[in-house]
Design a protein around this ligand. Structure first.
Ligand SMILES: Cc1ncc(COP(=O)(O)O)c(C=O)c1O
Length: 411
């Protein structure tokens, strides 16, 4: 890490491909063999990681044209993509169709109309999954709630059941199944098993009430990973048998792909692969507190701290790379941005850092760089290195680039 920091500078994200492979293998062993697994690019759209995951047979779940571009840059076919998310604009849908995407989620009656129009205009045969705002099983310590409550995601179960046209083909637009994604980041396999059971039961209920002959039911994900703190890859392998039982009960044709069942994951697959290397720029005392100013702020990590992604008290960068030794002390770790909100940790405990020390922050391969405030304060974006064992495969830097806008197109 120190050699990489010296060669490429900091802040530097390092993604280890062997960790990506381990996570993909373990997750594939956690879901039934017959199931499809989608990688959700929102966690990390780096094309190298996307390509690595695709080599395990994973397909891509995308929610923007930028993510579609990452799939294409990874050398993959757009035909394998599932395009999801609320608020897909007409321009976005048309562009995705032109690039060969043929499978979308429909998250509202408006999107149904929009997709039907775009399919007709583009003379493309388009398939879709109706996304249901499905109830959560709840209980336990479930993570971030996506649906099962008032939400912008999907269509409320009752509204969907009361709108049979949403499950019927129109022109070149054909429904092929359902999409559910009730919650995310659920660490307890038993709680997650209950969520999946609920989603599978809900899907079966919708199929029987609407008469839709589904060929694909995507029951989402929820596989957890630590964020910016030490922690091991969770083992969900006990889920496979439980999922098979739920599917046998509610969707008995699933083993013959009637319907095929799909799962999604972002953070589990990439979180562990990522380490952020950062340098101490200053160590300051103020009113009895010590502030360690890093070259990593919320423009590099944790721009989503409003969602509770600020490092938890006790989470801390590893000081193994630090030149300092001795007992651990409490520090505020802050970035170089001109806001008191640019805080990575209010109570990190590590050996006393000195200016020039290099620290590492583990488990930041998901919702790291691209979930941060890249444009705020206009610093250069952190570089990203992909390594395979000792070999450095590629190092890149994203740039925010100025470009003239010609007309009335909305990207
Ligand atoms: C529809 C959908 N799929 C996949 C994900 C990825 O979730 P995670 O990274 O927790 O696996 C999300 C997260 O918000 C989502 O909304």
């Amino acid at each position: 890490m120190r050699a990489l920091a010296r060669k490429f500078g900091t802040p530097l994200y390092v993604y280890q491909l062997n960790q990506i492979r381990r996570a993909a293998e373990l997750l594939l062993q956690s879901i039934p063999e017959e199931a499809v697994l989608f990688y959700s690019l929102k966690a990390n759209p780096h094309p190298h990681l996307v390509a690595e995951l695709a080599s395990f047979g994973l397909r891509s779940e995308i929610s923007s044209l930028g993510e579609l571009n990452a799939v294409l840059r990874a050398g993959l076919s757009s035909a394998g993509c599932l395009y999801t998310g609320p608020g897909k604009s007409p321009h976005e849908i048309r562009t995705a169709l032109a690039a060969g995407v043929r499978l979308f989620s429909v998250e509202s009656p408006t999107e149904y109309e929009r997709l039907a129009e775009a399919a007709a205009e583009s003379a493309a045969d388009v398939r879709y999954l109706v996304r249901i705002n499905a109830p959560q099983a709840g209980g336990g310590t479930s993570g971030l709630r996506m649906t099962g409550t008032a939400s912008q995601f999907g269509i409320d179960l009752e509204s969907a059941l009361a709108s049979p046209h949403l499950f019927q083909a129109r022109g070149r637009l054909t429904p092929i199944g359902l999409h559910l994604y009730p919650a995310t980041n659920i660490a307890d396999p038993n709680v997650l098993a209950r969520e999946f059971d609920m989603s599978i039961a809900t899907a079966a209920q919708v199929l029987s009430r609407t008469g839709l002959q589904a060929s694909l039911v995507d029951v989402g994900g929820g596989f957890a990973a630590p964020y910016a703190k030490p922690g091991a890859l969770l083992d969900y392998r006990q889920l496979r048998a439980k999922l098979s039982t739920s599917l046998d009960t509610h969707l008995p044709g699933w083993r013959q792909a009637r319907p095929q069942v799909a799962f999604e994951s972002g953070r589990y697959l990439t979180a562990h692969s990522g380490t952020l290397i950062t340098t101490v720029l200053d160590v300051k005392q103020s009113q009895g507190k010590t502030f360690v100013v890093l070259d990593t702020g919320t423009h590099t990590l944790g721009g989503m701290s409003g969602l509770g992604r600020i490092m938890a008290p006790g989470a801390q960068p590893s000081a193994q790379e630090s030149s300092a030794t001795g007992r651990d002390l409490q520090f505020s770790l802050v970035g170089p941005l001109c806001t008191p909100l640019d805080v990575l940790s209010r109570s990190a405990s590590l050996p006393e850092p000195r200016v020039g020390d290099v620290l590492t922050i583990p488990n930041v391969g998901a919702y790291g760089l691209t979930a941060s405030l890249l444009g705020f304060l206009s610093h250069p974006v952190a570089a990203e290195a992909v390594v395979d064992g000792e070999a450095v495969r590629t190092v890149r830097r994203l740039i925010l680039q100025e470009t003239e806008i010609e007309g009335d197109r909305h990207e």
